[in-house]
Design a protein around this ligand. Structure first.
Ligand code: DAH
Length: 350
């Protein structure tokens, strides 16, 4: 019987030698000291032995059992240690005293263009106004000479709230409030109203490379005595030359907007070909950039300003369009995509 015990012992030691994972070790444990393991089976063979033999054999099997247990525990520790060492060897070595290598975020191209325009207008004495994205029908349409059922509303379908308010379709929606805010200073102190108000606009629009349901505009107004179209042209030309960092030629074409009279489309000389004509400007040499005009007397009146005494100009610069031109963005949807690798590349202010 002692031979048998020794056989099992040697087999166990040989098997243990070849074990290289904790899983394999567990298999061996079950194979030897599990319920039907070789060591356990040895005990069953005791039945056939005499009492004397039972005693020595029983002791020998118990010694073996303990040895197997200990060796397995020992091997388990050893394997775990090796696993940790392996894990550690895979870890990148780093120096905790070094400064963190943090990838810096970037500004959205529209933010960059907006800030640039704000700075330019501020330097020309304009205030920058913030305005709500949710407005009333009066602010967005009625006060701008666009009564109910006016066809100009067709192009500006938007998202309506159940309380009748709406997401503004144009930054012009802030005009009425701006006139009311500054009219007293204009009338009593002779301070010209010079304000710009950038903002997000919304329209119910089928989206494609040139159309989005969410886009940015920057409205500007100037109201004082004797304001004329020449003032409008001067400010627009100065601002655009600053934005594009080169002398920009502008031209005005007639355009209809119910809140300006006369109304214009302001074009700039094509940035790509410089006015020679190319596919980007449809070979005309001009790019349509900024609708504008002299503020309609009814709109001034609605803002509490006497149109007999004061005149003014207004413009609605497409900030999204400007950013696309400046950064050569071909698809407007990229700007709202939220894809960092896409937005990152336009940034010159990292
Ligand atoms: N709000 C107009 C639009 O979104 C743009 C516009 C045109 C604004 C003429 C103006 C303006 O201030 O004078 O279509």
């Amino acid at each position: 019987m002692a031979e048998k015990t020794n056989e099992v012992r040697l087999a166990f030691l040989a098997a243990l030698e070849g074990v290289s994972t904790v899983d394999d070790l567990e298999k061996i444990r079950v194979e030897y000291i599990g319920k039907k393991g070789y060591v356990t089976e040895l005990l069953k063979e005791m039945k056939a032995l005499s009492n004397e033999e039972k005693k020595t054999f029983g002791q020998a099997v118990n010694v073996l059992k303990n040895e197997v247990n200990d060796k397995i525990a020992e091997k388990r520790e050893e394997l775990k240690k090796k696993e940790i060492e392996l894990e550690n060897s895979r870890m990148p070595e780093f120096d905790v005293s070094l400064p963190a290598n943090l990838e810096r975020g970037s500004y959205h191209p529209i933010t960059l263009v907006q800030r640039q325009c704000e700075d330019i207008f501020k330097s020309m004495g304009f205030t920058v106004e913030d305005y709500s994205e949710i407005v009333t029908d009066y602010e967005c349409f009625e006060s701008l000479n666009i009564p109910k059922n006016h066809p100009a509303r067709d192009m500006q379908d938007t998202y309506y709230l159940s309380n009748g308010q709406l997401l503004k379709t144009q930054t012009s929606a802030a005009q009425n409030a701006i006139y009311k805010k500054y009219k007293d200073a204009l009338i009593n102190e002779g301070k010209a109203i010079k304000a710009i108000f950038p903002g997000r606009c919304f329209r119910n629009e089928a989206t494609d490379a040139c159309h989005e349901n969410t886009f940015f505009q920057m409205e500007g107004v100037m109201v004082d005595k004797n304001i004329s179209i020449s003032n409008l042209i001067f400010f627009m030309k100065t601002m655009l030359s600053e934005v594009f960092q080169k002398d920009i030629k502008v031209r005005l074409r007639p355009g209809f907007f119910p809140f300006v009279e006369p109304g214009f489309e302001l074009d700039i000389s094509c940035l790509i070909c410089g006015g020679e004509g190319c596919p980007s400007c449809k070979h005309s040499g001009w790019l349509e950039l900024c609708p504008c005009g002299m503020i309609h007397p009814e709109v001034l009146k609605a803002g509490g300003i006497d149109p007999e005494e004061y005149t003014g100009f207004a413009f609605g610069l497409g900030l999204t369009r400007l950013a696309m031109m400046k950064y050569g963005v071909k698809d407007i949807r990229d700007l709202n995509s939220g894809k960092l690798e896409c937005l990152d590349q336009f940034t010159d202010d990292k």
